[in-house]
Design a protein around this ligand. Structure first.
Ligand code: SAM
Ligand code: SF4
Length: 330
């Protein structure tokens, strides 16, 4: 039996989201500015050895699930080597990956071999022009190739779609229609103010409620299905479809009460809430000789001082967010 780690609000913490790089080969509108991004210098990123050490320490404390994210994880050299290493850490039962799919295809067979539990593929539109407008790169074909390769290898696949006023709302129905032909979960996400520049809108237009109403208009027989214990999405099924459709209220923050996740940013900072500004500089501690016991003590302290929800975490920030999701990892 593995240990269960609880925060100060009685929520179990068992899930680490690990951003292995801040670099990316796309420039999604909601995540990064088109130009002028200052990437972290290489030495500011944790090394694979440092990340392995941290994952091992967290696994001893009760973390069982890891999601590899970024930036684009496949931009980082030797990612497969790292995945193999962490797949062997005692206590880590599931490794998941979030990717934009552009560079992923050559590695899909190896992901299957390593036993990657699922892949979340980011795909905001099925239209080439809109894809190019949103990501500022003309790469839809490679992303669709990745989608088909993942399914061919029977790797459980989810599609993540950020819903943006004036950019891709006409894609809600065609993306949902993918669930008819494919056993895939398509999840529509409220846009969050992490584009590297601050918020795009004074008020969020495409809230989870508006997304649901729009889906119901086209699919009046949409049926609610049970959400998993720590699910961030409200999930639905359309009769006759193989897959499911989900809505993630990422900006409205309706899921904080069951939040089981922590994040390590690309620069090696611990976030115990997506909306906090980083609560512990793990890289600093590691590079200044902290022992395993000292690191675990610092982590425990952070977990026992966690904000109760994303609103409280936001209020406690000293600076208004100009963060990019590419350093946070989603
Ligand atoms: N590059 C990979 C990808 O795009 O899948 C992994 C990193 S990306 C930061 C992780 C997830 O965060 C993606 O699904 C992306 O759509 C989502 N994301 C990025 N910026 C966002 C924002 N401002 N609001 C909501 N979701 C966002
Ligand atoms: Fe890159 Fe992912 Fe951010 Fe798009 S969402 S710019 S693919 S890190």
């Amino acid at each position: 039996m593995s240990k269960i780690l609880y925060d100060n609000h009685g929520r179990p913490i068992n899930y680490l989201r690990l951003a292995v790089t801040d670099r990316c080969n796309l420039r999604c509108f909601y995540c990064m500015p088109a130009e002028g991004i200052a990437y972290l210098p290489k030495q500011a990123l944790l090394t694979y050895e440092e990340m392995e050490r941290l994952v091992s320490l967290l696994a001893e404390m009760g973390i069982t699930k890891v999601r590899i994210t970024g930036g684009e994880p496949f931009v980082r050299k030797d990612l497969i080597y790292f995945l193999k290493q962490i797949s062997q850490i005692k206590g880590i039962r599931e490794i998941h990956i979030t990717t934009n799919g552009v560079l992923t295809v050559p590695y899909v067979a190896q992901l299957k071999e390593i036993g990657i539990a699922s892949v979340n593929l980011s795909l905001d539109t099925l239209d080439r022009e809109r894809f190019t407008q949103i990501t500022r790169r003309d790469e839809l074909e490679r992303v669709m190739d990745c989608f088909h390769q993942l399914l061919a290898h029977q790797i459980p696949t989810k599609i993540n779609t950020v819903v943006m006023e004036g950019k891709n709302t006409e894609d809600l129905v065609p993306l949902t229609a993918l669930t008819r032909q494919y056993p895939v979960s398509v999840r529509f996400i409220e846009e969050m103010p992490f584009n590297g520049e601050g918020s795009h809108y004074p008020v969020l237009v495409w809230t989870h409620k508006k997304i649901l109403d729009t889906l119901k208009e086209h699919y009046p027989d949409l049926q609610k299905v049970a959400d998993g214990a720590f699910s961030t999405s409200y999930n639905y099924h359309i009769p006759g479809h193989q897959g499911t459709v989900g809505i993630i209220a990422a900006f409205s923050r309706t899921f904080c009460g069951t939040c089981n996740r922590i994040r390590l940013t690309a620069q090696g900072t611990l976030k115990t809430c997506l909306y906090d500004e980083g609560v512990l500089d793990i890289k600093y501690l590691m590079r200044n000789g902290a022992t395993d016991a000292e690191l675990q003590q610092a982590l425990r302290y952070a977990f026992s001082h966690r904000a109760k929800d994303g609103f409280e975490a936001e209020q406690q920030r000293k600076h208004v967010s100009a963060e990019s999701m590419s350093t946070i990892g989603g």
